[in-house]
Write a protein that binds this ligand. Structure first.
Ligand code: SER
Length: 587
């Protein structure tokens, strides 16, 4: 069975059992406290807590998805037979629909009947009284497995292994039951029964004053490792032998050592998915993760003197292979390849100089020397480890990261001194920015927000009204009056409308005028705001033909072309009759 068929088979199976099929959410989650999406349940968090209604959003209490995931914590491990940074997770979820019995029965049926795999054994949660409170053992799951197959081995395990979550600062959590095939866990069902106001570490340590609260509607969260299942179904030894990587590895030189081959394959595949979700190489957050993996791959290209253009062929092969299921890859093809070329070019300038400097330093490379190589020559930790060989053996990620952090703290201190100890240098209530760089980004997002409002009025309804907005350098959040969920087509049209105005590079001008004149000029104003007698009005376009005109204190870009690419990340309800759009500008 080809991997492509496997995805569809999974979705079809659960669709036939009352699940709404939901597309993967982007790798960059909407939740700013989490860097990248690491599990299928992340996009469904609010449905477990009752903060969102699955019937309203999906027309069902159960959903199924194939989720793109990225785990940066595994970067150092890539190169062996199993670790990956990017992977896909199959998931079926329930928010008050079904619980243990159906979840276990369907898992058993899908794995043994649909895929024809033999289960080695399963695990269930054995309970604990050491985590500051007693959690009973999951005897129900144990019984259900035994009923399903009396010959099945059921292993009972503790908190560390069979109790999942919470992710991030707090969240749903609960006991899990896992299926093992071919010696590895391929299927993990979490029975979300609790909510914990704290991190997983605090939960395991039994932190004082923090307790598990029962969730109003217990739920099911299944994560099945797609690559691992593909290995089992295709009867391979490891993931790099499956058809998921065949098109990539086929393009690499034959004599390349296996470890380098796997790292390049993983890192370029992961880079393609990050690029398609709008991540661009940078020194911060998701952009920094992308830079690290891309540059590590490029360091191999350089060291092995690979033919020029080979990586572009690989990226194109990834787009071709995965673009059918993940249309964003095809859609973003040109922008992705452009961004890749820019990064390659940028790195090419410093890589040779960096290697020269590394050789000049002599002796072993410590954290300080390592960070200097990063700061001055753009060599990330991974690259120093690869290029430095023996001499970099003693350099640990922890030491490097500590040096990195020291540097970041120093530049933050510098910024604070400059701006009188106030963490933010721009805070209008609507716009917030802490550094000059952030101010630039926020300004672009601000003008984009005006264009968004006018596009919504043009495409949805001229009565759409602003209900609130909040802009940080990461994104704009715009609330507006509208009765229902927007269709994907509408969102696309709104996005296109904004990008059309951006591309036409219209001027943005400001005029101060009397309040009444401003209203008469057709400028939009925010009904919650109290305005003075003289107001500022920002116009995009000319006095005769304008695309947006609003009461506003600024700041704005001076031409729309400066905004960059506008991209809607999410549309959701915030209250009855009020919708919220989150959007970003790139690069
Ligand atoms: N959230 C669980 C996991 O990531 C099951 O989906 O494994």
């Amino acid at each position: 069975m080809k991997a492509d068929e496997l995805r569809l088979k999974f979705l079809e199976f659960f669709k036939n059992r009352g699940h709404a099929v939901v597309p993967s959410s982007p790798l960059v989650p909407d939740d700013p406290s989490v860097l990248l999406t690491t599990a299928g349940m992340q996009q469904f968090k609010p449905y477990y807590t009752g903060d969102a209604d699955p019937m309203k959003d999906f027309g069902a209490k159960n959903t199924a998805s194939v989720q793109k995931c990225f785990r940066a914590s595994d970067i150092d491990e890539v190169g062996d037979a199993s670790h990956l940074t990017f992977f896909e997770m199959l998931g079926n979820f329930s928010f008050g629909g079904y619980f243990k019995e159906d979840a276990i029965r369907w898992a058993h049926q899908f794995v043994t009947k649909e895929l024809g795999l033999k289960i080695d054994y399963v695990t269930v949660f054995g309970g604990t009284d050491t985590a500051g409170q007693a959690i009973p053992s999951d005897t129900e799951s144990e019984r259900l497995w035994k009923e399903m197959d009396p010959a099945l081995d059921v292993h009972v395990r503790g908190m560390d292994e069979n109790f999942w979550g919470p992710t991030g600062k707090e969240g749903p959590c609960g006991p899990t039951t896992e299926i093992y095939v071919g010696g590895v866990e391929i299927w993990n069902i979490v029975f979300n029964e609790f909510f914990y106001h704290g991190t997983r570490e605090e939960l395991l340590a039994g932190a004082a004053g923090k307790t598990l609260k029962p969730l109003k509607t217990p739920g099911v969260d299944t994560g099945a490792g797609f690559e691992r299942i593909a290995v089992a179904v295709q009867k391979k030894e490891h993931v790099f032998q499956t058809d998921l990587f065949a098109s990539v590895t086929a393009l690499l030189p034959r004599d390349l050592e296996e470890r380098a081959r796997r790292i390049i394959a993983d890192h370029l595949r992961a880079s393609a998915f990050l690029l398609a979700d709008g991540v661009r190489p940078s020194n911060k957050e998701a952009g920094y993760v992308l830079r690290r993996i891309l540059r590590r791959a490029l360091a191999f290209e350089h060291m092995h003197e690979m033919p020029a253009g080979i990586f572009e062929d690989i990226l194109t092969a990834v787009i071709r292979q995965y673009g059918g299921f993940y249309p964003e890859l095809e859609r973003e093809r040109d922008a992705m390849l452009d961004a890749y070329r820019v990064e390659r070019e940028r790195f090419a300038h410093t890589l040779s100089a960096g290697i020269k400097e590394l050789n000049r330093q002599g002796g072993t490379i410590d954290a300080k020397g390592g960070f200097h190589l990063y700061e001055s020559y753009g060599l990330p930790y991974e690259v120093i480890r690869e290029v430095g060989g023996e001499r970099a053996r003693g350099l640990t990620r922890d030491a490097f990261d500590a040096e990195f952090k020291k540097h970041q703290d120093k530049s933050r201190e510098g910024a604070e001194k400059k701006f009188g100890g106030h963490g933010l240098i721009l805070d209008t209530g609507e716009l917030k920015a802490a550094t000059e760089e952030e101010v630039k980004k926020v300004t672009r997002l601000h003008t984009a927000t005006h264009l968004l409002q006018s596009a919504l009025r043009k495409i949805l309804d001229p009565d759409v009204r602003q209900m609130g907005s909040d802009i940080t350098y990461m994104r704009t959040r715009f609330d507006f009056s509208f009765a229902r969920k927007l269709t994907p087509e509408e969102l696309k049209r709104v996005e296109d409308e904004v990008n059309d105005i951006i591309r036409a590079d219209h001027p943005v001008t400001m005029k101060e005028m009397d309040y009444e004149d401003a209203v008469a000029s057709g400028a939009l104003y925010f009904f919650r705001e109290k305005y003075p007698k003289r107001v500022k009005v920002y116009t995009v376009g000319t006095d005769d033909v304008f695309f947006s005109r609003e009461f506003c204190g600024g700041p704005h870009v001076s031409r729309t072309g400066e905004i960059g690419e506008f991209r809607i990340k999410k549309e959701e309800a915030v209250a009855s009759g009020v919708r919220r759009i989150r959007a970003v500008v790139e690069p």
